[in-house]
Ligand binder design. Structure first.
Ligand code: AN7
Length: 342
């Protein structure tokens, strides 16, 4: 069977121009996963998992989602000609992501409460109704697809292992996938070392960071996760053990950043680098600011920008009243005069 694909992956690895100076990291790169077909890294995994599901005869694919997984599943199910059901926490998903799922024709099921509850309900119903095929990142094919970002980073750096890979952590599927990809490159003899992983959570939804800081082997779930970064508003990450393992094996760091730091980083990525991401995807820049000089200046650092900014426009504050209304050419001219144009 031919794969179900929308030509995902092969996203740009963009070298930072300005934030690199501020952070004192001349070799800072942004892996712009927002350039995937549905605007997030989820597409890398969805091509594999939908292909395998369809191959096994599945007719209804289901996931719980904070938004991006639902948009991605909806698109690949449409492509494959099978049904998608997406279970989302009511009122907690960014409008751009929901409109994608609607446009691609998914069945939208809203639950009360948060994402963790939506995922629990979904996992329970899948165990009772065998015609449903679970597409969350506990599905191992998702991880197999998502690990390809490691292969691309290695290739785009000129067949070199980065020193640090910095990424947001929600349900912890992606950090597990990234780590699997780099470990395989090493096993295959392509690289002789491995990167240090930096996993970033929002401070209102940081069970993995909390356990890391306590030095604990177990997480304590956060009952009511809160953050502006709705993609990673997750209190009980299903793959936390894999994340903890990846952090330990890579000598990695887990840290939490505040909503203010996230929004500032999102603004700066857009206005300093020309890369517009959703809030969760700006957490790596906020984390590098926190780490300050702890990352050696000569290091090759890759931040994974996981999702596109257009998905979450509510996070951009713009007051139309503050921008001038142009009545005629002379008012246009006088307004432009402020920009020192001749
Ligand atoms: C932009 O869509 O969990 O740690 O249901 O959308 O693998 O969960 C999204 C997660 C980071 C965290 N950045 O990845 C979902 C969902 C963005 C995301 C993450 C998500 P994981």
């Amino acid at each position: 069977m031919k794969p179900v694909t929308l030509e995902e992956g092969w996203t740009p690895l963009v070298r930072s121009r300005r934030l690199s100076e501020e952070l004192g990291l001349p070799k800072l790169f942004i892996k712009n996963e927002g350039q995937n077909p549905t605007g997030s890294f989820k597409d890398r995994g969805m091509t594999v998992s939908v292909t395998r599901a369809v191959q096994s005869g599945a007719k209804v694919l289901i996931c719980a989602s904070t938004g991006n997984t639902s948009a991605s599943l909806a698109a690949y199910a449409a492509r494959a000609g099978v049904k998608a059901a997406v279970v989302v926490p009511s009122g907690k998903v960014a409008a751009g992501k929901l409109s994608q799922a609607v446009a691609y024709g998914a069945n939208i099921l809203r639950t009360d409460g948060n994402f963790d509850r939506a995922l629990n309900l979904t996992i329970e119903i899948v165990s009772e109704l065998p015609s449903l095929y679970l597409m969350n990142s506990v599905n191992p094919y998702r991880i197999e697809g998502q690990k390809t970002v490691a292969f691309e980073i290695y290739q785009q750096l000129g067949f070199v292992c980065p020193d640090y890979v910095v990424l947001p952590v929600g349900n912890a599927g992606n950090i597990s996938a990234v780590w699997k990809g780099f470990k395989e490159l090493k096993e295959w003899g392509m690289m002789s070392r491995l990167p240090v992983l930096v996993g970033v959570q929002a401070s209102g939804a940081s069970p993995i960071v909390d356990a890391y800081e306590r030095g604990s082997q177990e997480i304590s779930p956060v009952d009511e996760p809160k953050t502006v970064a709705s993609a990673i508003r997750i209190g009980n990450p299903v793959s936390w053990r894999k994340a903890a393992n990846a952090l330990r094996e890579s000598n990695g760091v887990a840290l939490a950043v505040s909503d203010e730091e996230i929004i500032q980083a999102r603004e700066d990525l857009a206005s300093d680098e020309g890369i517009f991401v959703e809030p969760a995807s700006a957490t790596p820049i906020a984390a590098l600011r926190r780490l300050g000089g702890k990352v050696e200046r000569g290091s090759t650092v890759v931040c994974i920008a996981t999702g596109h900014g257009l998905k979450d426009q509510d996070s951009v504050h713009w007051n139309a009243e503050e921008s001038p209304v142009i009545g005629d050419k002379s008012s246009l001219k006088s307004e432009l005069g402020r920009l020192s144009i001749n």
